[in-house]
Design a protein around this ligand. Structure first.
Ligand code: NAP
Length: 260
């Protein structure tokens, strides 16, 4: 299917690896030029080079922490202040126990997984509205729908972002801008390996056993892949997705046992 977005320009945040990279690759495969971002310059530069080489699109890497206002300014400068497509992403907050988190822990999580996405929407969506076309995909988490006990900081911050999107997406849809959220369940990335390691330590089992147990709990019998995730992101950024507004799409291999 031709997604009709060849020649568009996208910002994909936190995209040197994992789900962000999956989204960047899927958009590049559709002929979208990219600004991609991550903190670590070396991996980011290598990723930008690989994507540009493979898909023959322009890819500009910007090494910056997207959860800081200085980092976002650098990224926006590279874009010349405008983009057709925005994919919001950042690293997830650390796991822990709800009784141990203090105010600073919550502020950091909210800055990283809610307010940085809000700021970038505030910076880029007005231009999309003026031009009459835009797509925003926020990478949140399956934890928004089905909370994960040890990821309470993530549950909290991402649910806040979800509430913001629910309201704003309806205010901008009339100008051709569709904002939606993608909710990853378990995907085979560094983040998943880190969480597997945590489970192995907590349960006194090997990392391989921890992974096998977690995979067995998914109806598809495996973790998702970055390319599975990227394909869904590219579709939400397509012309065909023009009637999808303010939705929360679970990508979890059926792990969340719910009727709707
Ligand atoms: P990942 O494989 O660890 O990749 C994270 C990417 O984000 C890297 O490119 C990293 O590069 C970049 N990054 C992290 N913090 C950043 C920051 N402050 N500013 C700019 N770039 C940053 O993680 P992932 O699995 O793709 O996860 C992406 C998001 O989905 C996370 O929020 C995660 O919590 C969430 N999620 C993942 C899963 C899963 O199973 N994988 C499930 C649910 C939710 P640098 O380190 O160089 O900055």
């Amino acid at each position: 299917m031709d997604l009709g977005i060849t020649g568009k320009r996208a910002l994909v945040c936190a995209a040197s690896k994992g789900l962000g990279r999956g989204c960047a690759e899927a958009l590049a495969a559709e002929g979208v030029s990219l600004v991609i971002n991550a903190r670590g310059r070396d991996v980011l530069t290598q990723t930008a080079w690989e994507i540009a080489d493979r898909y023959k699109v322009e890819v500009t890497p910007v090494a910056a922490d997207i959860t800081t206002s200085e980092g976002r300014e650098k990224v926006l400068e590279a874009l010349g202040g405008q983009a057709d497509i925005l994919v919001n992403n950042a690293g997830g907050p650390p796991p822990g126990n709800w009784l141990d988190w203090d105010r600073d822990d919550f502020i950091r999580a909210i800055e990283g997984n809610m307010l940085s996405a809000v700021s970038l929407m505030q910076a880029l969506v007005p231009g999309m509205m003026e031009r009459g076309w835009g797509r925003v995909v926020n990478i949140t988490s399956a934890a928004v729908r089905a909370p994960i006990a040890q990821l309470g900081l993530s549950n909290t911050a991402r649910t806040g972002l979800t509430g913001f999107v629910a309201g704003v997406s309806r205010q901008v849809a009339g100008k051709g801008v569709c904002i939606n959220n993608l909710l990853p369940g378990l995907h085979d990335t560094d983040r998943a390996t880190a969480l597997d390691t945590g489970v192995s330590q907590a349960q006194g089992i090997t990392v391989a056993e921890a992974r096998a147990r977690r995979e067995a709990a998914i109806p598809t019998g495996r973790y998702g892949r970055a390319e599975d995730f990227g394909a869904a992101c590219a579709f939400l950024c397509s012309q065909q997705a023009r009637f999808i507004v303010g939705q929360n799409l679970m990508l979890d291999g059926g792990a969340n046992n719910a009727t709707i």
